[in-house]
Design a protein around this ligand. Sequence first.
Ligand code: CA
Length: 267
Amino acid sequence: MVLGLRSAIGSDVGRRRTSNQDSGATTGRLLVVADGMGGHAHGEVASAVTVSALTELDARLPRDLTDVDLAEEMSNALVAATDNLEQQALADPEMRGMGTTVVSLLLTGEHLALAHIGDSRIYRLRSGTLEQLTHDHTMVQQLVDEGQITAEEALVHPRRSVLMRALSTDHEPEPDLDRIPIEPGDRFLLCSDGVTAVLGDDALHAALGSEDDPSAVVSRLIELSNEGGGPDNITAVVADVVEIGDDESQTQHLRVAGAVAEGATSS
Ligand code: CA
C-alpha cells in the first residue's frame, strides 16, 4: 500500500487586517502554514521565508525518504530560515523583531514528520474523532497547563496572543518535532489562529466533516472565519490520506498561498 496526500490550501486577509502576513504551501508530500508577526516589522517576510525554506527542502530531498532523518532535515530548514531572516534584519533594521509561527507535515511511507513552533495548529480527524496534535506555545496555554486559568478563560484572555516560542531573528528555533502514524481516511488540518480564534473544536469538527472535497472544506473554513468577524489573517490546509499508485506520489505540484504567493521573501 502506498499512501499519498490529497490536499487543498487557501489564505485570506480576513476582515480587519489590511495585509496578509500568513503564508502556506502544499506539494504531494509537504504541508505547511506560517503566521508572520510584527505589522511594521515585515511579518509577511518571516512567514514567506520560512515556508520557502520548507518547500526548498522538499524539492531537494530524494523521492524515497526511508533513510532520511526528517526531524533533523526540518529542524535544519528552520535554522536556515532563521539565518536568512537574521541577514535581512542586519541589512534593514526595520525588520528586526519580525517572526513567525510554523506548522508543517512531511509524508514518508506510513508516517508524517511534524514540526511546530507557535500557535498555528495541526488537527487530525480520524473515524469521526477530532484531535489537536500540536500544543500552543502561548502564555495562556502555559497558564492552562499550570491550572491557573481554564481553557474557557484562555479563549478570552487579554494576552491570549502572546507567544512563548516563535521563529524569529533573535534566537535559534526550538521546534516541537514528532512522528505521526497515518491511515487511509485520516484528514489533517493545518491552520493559523485566524481560524481557531473564531472556530472552536465543535465548529472545526463540523466543517471538517461537512464535505468530501478538501478544497470545499478550505473554502468553508475561510467563509466561517470571516462570518465570525475575520479578526485576523486566515490560512488553512486540508489534506486527506489516500491510497495511491506507485508512480502517483509526487504528481501534485507546489501550491502556495498568502504572502509567499505574493513573493514576500524579502522587503
Ligand atoms: Ca495570526
